[in-house]
Design a protein around this ligand. Structure first.
Ligand SMILES: Cc1cc2nc3c(=O)[nH]c(=O)nc-3n(C[C@H](O)[C@H](O)[C@H](O)COP(=O)(O)OP(=O)(O)OC[C@H]3O[C@@H](n4cnc5c(N)ncnc54)[C@H](O)[C@@H]3O)c2cc1C
Length: 455
């Protein structure tokens, strides 16, 4: 364990998702030489935009909240105007049952935690007793500390706090699926509690919804790539890392695009399934690879439907109580009026449906909720089978640290031990922490203290 060797060659970051970008940017900002290699032809990983005919679509609707501090800080550090990048809305939940609103919950402009307590007290669609139960639970949840080893399901958590089936269905289950992408009977109470604590204990702007005004590529991957290149870092697209060279429990280099690159520090910012494969070839890393094998996956399917531009949602994100899609987003804010993104989070029988059947089912579901909408003009389905790790109870016992048993080999990604579910904030935090630890290990032997030299 541990590492104190100077970086004689640039640090090699493999993977240009938001974790790899965050690691590379942190190193670059501290003037540590860095090369980022990405197997795809573009940066962004699971949070990227793709071309679909004439239009650009995100590979899935991404929502951020005001508590994404690591992400917002990173964006500011590379000169992005975050106020212009996002539309900021107070936390608002609106659910439909058939064609009527069944729950409305909107945080008033009060200081925390009164904004959310106020929202719960005034929530439309909950009975007086449900509001009281929800209020009691939201107060208690801020005090809860659940260890990784003693974790249990969100369903058990809600049951033990007397949350009625209606309350679970209308409020907690949609929130759990949106934040953990894992069904409540499996989902980790520890991680869900962390999410609720962020919402209920943080400052009021922490719970704000941040809706990107641009496509994902423009939000971070493209400006990040430009920043890296402008500051002397190498960015190589279409370059896959296929092997690691390890000798005497230290990294010596890697095989990238068929070439051998010498490296005394490598950050693997690849998805956990790829990382596992790369690690499992080295006996010293097999126990770590076996842990990654426990993380599993949950899918997300996004059905994009283009309606005439006058079709709009108010608020721009609504939940649906029944049917395949749980959340529907109006992409008007991203400059795409009439474009509706219907999101199906987590596993289910829908995974086996052919694309056309799945799209038809979602179109029919939207027609039930919004009977006045005309048929969509265009339709497109994007399925991400491995959207997130499975945030099941006890998952945090398997999530690895950034440091590995091989000197100079580091891990970054949303799946590392960040205390958060698989999110952009988790990915950015992981990359940043990984880079800071790497620089700390360099400074132990180098004259330059990277961290202090460039605060
Ligand atoms: C549809 C969908 C919706 C989501 N919604 C939200 C949301 O609303 N809010 C939120 O916060 N999060 C959301 N997430 C989660 C978020 O996108 C991820 O947590 C985050 O993007 C993970 O970033 P990462 O860098 O850890 O991994 P990745 O994005 O997977 O990056 C890994 C990179 O490594 C590259 N790579 C793979 N193999 C190699 C190799 N051998 N050599 C070199 N490069 C390689 C890949 O191409 C990829 O670019 C969503 C995810 C999906 C899929």
């Amino acid at each position: 364990m541990g590492d104190a060797r100077p970086a004689t060659a640039p640090v090699l970051v493999a993977g240009g998702g938001w974790a790899g970008l965050s690691a590379a940017l942190t190193l670059c900002r501290h003037q540590v030489p860095v090369i980022l290699v990405e197997s795809a032809r573009q940066l962004g990983g699971r949070a990227r935009s793709v071309r679909s005919g004439e239009r650009i679509l995100d590979n899935g609707q991404h929502l951020m909240i005001g508590a994404y501090q690591a992400l917002l800080t990173l964006m500011k550090q590379i000169g992005i105007d975050v106020d212009a990048a996002f539309q900021r809305l107070p936390l608002t939940l609106q659910l439909y049952r058939d064609d009527a609103v069944s729950l409305r919950f909107r945080a008033p402009t009060l200081p925390a935690p009164f904004h959310l307590l106020g929202a719960l007290s005034a929530a439309r669609g909950l009975s007086a007793s449900e509001r009281l139960r929800a209020l009691r639970f939201s107060r208690k949840v801020t005090q809860l500390r659940i260890s990784a080893a003693e974790d249990f399901s969100v369903q058990a958590l809600l049951h033990s706090h007397a949350q009625s089936p209606g309350l679970v269905r209308k409020l907690w289950e949609p929130l759990c699926l949106a934040s953990l992408n894992t069904p409540i009977d499996l989902a980790s109470a520890r991680l869900f509690t962390r999410v609720l604590q962020t919402l209920f204990s943080g400052s009021r702007p922490d719970s704000d919804l941040l809706i990107p005004r641009q496509e994902l590529n423009a939000l971070l991957p493209r400006p990040a790539g430009e920043f890296l290149e402008d500051h002397g870092a190498g960015v190589e697209l279409g370059q896959r890392l296929t092997g690691l060279e390890i000798d005497a429990q230290a990294i010596r280099g890697a095989i990238v695009g068929g070439r051998r690159l010498a490296a005394s520090h490598v950050i693997l910012a690849t998805p956990h399934s790829i990382t596992r494969r790369l690690l499992s070839r080295h006996p010293v890393l097999q126990p770590l690879a076996a842990r990654l094998g426990e993380l599993g996956h949950e899918p997300i399917a996004t059905v994009y439907l283009q309606y005439p531009p006058e079709i709009a949602l108010d608020p721009i994100m609504v939940g649906l109580e029944s049917g395949l899609a749980q959340w529907v987003f109006d992409r008007r804010c991203g400059g795409q009026p009439g474009l509706i993104a219907a999101v199906i989070s987590g596993r289910g029988p829908h995974q086996r449906l052919p694309a056309t059947t799945l799209i038809d089912a979602v179109v029919a579901q939207l027609k039930e909720h919004f009977p006045h909408w005309p048929p969509p003009l265009e339709r497109r389905l994007i399925r991400e089978k491995r959207a997130t790790f499975c945030a099941r109870a006890g998952i945090d016992t398997w999530r690895p640290a950034n440091r590995t048993p091989v000197a100079g080999l580091w891990l970054a990604g949303d799946y590392t031990a960040t205390d958060l579910p698989a999110t952009l904030e988790g990915a950015v935090r992981s990359g940043n922490q990984c880079a800071l630890q790497l620089m700390q290990s360099l400074s132990e032997t180098n004259v330059v203290n990277w961290v202090d030299a460039h605060p």
